[in-house]
Design a protein around this ligand. Structure first.
Ligand SMILES: [Zn+2]
Ligand SMILES: [Zn+2]
Length: 344
């Protein structure tokens, strides 16, 4: 039997039996074991839309999933029944310029779990292209497999910033994406990672996960503290994950001459004030991030060899039956929930 958790209106959720998926020749069917709750899921659940993407009718949330293969299509060679896999959620066309360049995350025809009208993966069984299902080694759990998705965002942010050995990195925002960016930056060799946030609890979490320094923007003068920690030089890379106009504005000021700014957080208002004199005088490189590409194998290897302990970011675990409670908790206790995950 296959059951899905549906939302029909904001803050509603109910279960419904759905047909068992049938794999096409190049697909596998996966019994989902874990589904992470992403900020975007919460936004759809609570607000019913993200920009132009509007939830209409019955909608299944969830795109951070992993589980065990139960059926394989006739043309699938590399996966077998019983294999444990992490599912990369975007299915792309494979033919457009961006796909051919390897930047398939920018494919205009992408079909991405839980982005209306495409249904999500918070259900017992899903069908997915086998080439977007990544085998988990024995020492990587399916819980960790579900966390590969947010981790890939952090890895992509650091790759875009070219973070490397010995670098100093300022990360603005210590939510889930800020923390996976921190884990990625440390794993990629950064020596001095400074994390800035408004909430003390989140900063304590960042310290636990390896931040060299943390700054509380509510009680400390951020500019002054960064000056104390990095001197006049500034940071090699500044990564913005909070998505607030204020922190986006701060980014060029914290970067060194010739440094790089990576914008990950999306501000509610798209039109922002930015100091172009800082950018021009320092000859900064500004990069942005849209999801991630080609990073599932990297993330899985980094988890398997111990370079990144991603499961540390999970603060709240729920059962599938309590899916509604899971979403309600994530919203009501935003300060304490870093990452909620649902076990199916
Ligand atoms: Zn996500
Ligand atoms: Zn394409």
């Amino acid at each position: 039997m296959n059951r899905a958790a549906y939302m029909t209106d904001v803050n509603t959720m109910f279960f419904k039996e759905v047909p068992m998926p049938e794999p096409g020749p190049e697909d596998v069917v996966v019994k989902i074991e874990y589904c992470g709750i992403c900020g975007s899921d919460v936004h759809y659940y609570n607000k019913g839309r993200i920009g132009d993407y509007v939830v209409e009718g019955e909608f299944i949330l969830g795109h951070e999933v992993a589980g065990t293969v139960t059926q394989v299509g006739t043309a699938v060679k590399h996966l077998h029944v019983g294999d444990r896999v992490a599912l990369e959620p975007g299915i792309t066309c494979g033919h457009c310029e961006q796909c051919k360049e390897g930047k398939y995350n920018l494919c205009k025809d992408v079909i991405f779990f839980a982005t209306p009208p495409v249904q999500g993966a918070l259900q017992n069984y899903v069908k997915h292209p086998a080439d977007m299902c990544f085998l988990l080694p024995d020492n990587v759990s399916t819980k960790e497999g579900a966390l590969v998705e947010p981790l890939a965002v952090g890895l992509h942010a650091c790759k875009q910033g070219n973070v490397g050995l010995g670098d100093s990195v300022v990360i603005l925002g210590s939510g889930c994406i800020g923390l996976v960016t921190l884990l990625s930056a440390k794993a990629m060799g950064a020596s001095n990672v400074i994390v800035v946030d408004l909430f003390e609890k989140r900063l304590e979490f960042a310290k636990k996960l390896g931040a060299n320094h943390v700054i509380n923007a509510r009680t400390e003068n951020v500019e002054q503290r960064i000056q104390e920690l990095l001197g006049d030089r500034g940071a090699d890379v500044v990564i913005e994950t909070a998505g607030s106009p204020k922190t986006i504005y701060q980014t060029p000021f914290f970067a060194k001459m010739g440094g790089t700014v990576v914008l990950v957080g999306l501000a509610v208002d798209a039109d922002l004030t930015y100091n172009m004199a800082q950018v021009m005088n320092k000859e900064l490189t500004i990069k942005s991030v849209f999801r991630y590409r080609n990073l599932y194998p990297t993330a899985i290897h980094a988890i398997a060899d111990g370079s990144i302990d991603v499961k540390q970011i999970v603060t709240h675990e729920f059962q599938f039956e309590d899916a509604k409670q899971a979403f309600d908790t994530v919203i009501a206790d935003a300060e304490n929930v870093v990452k909620g995950i649902i076990a199916l």
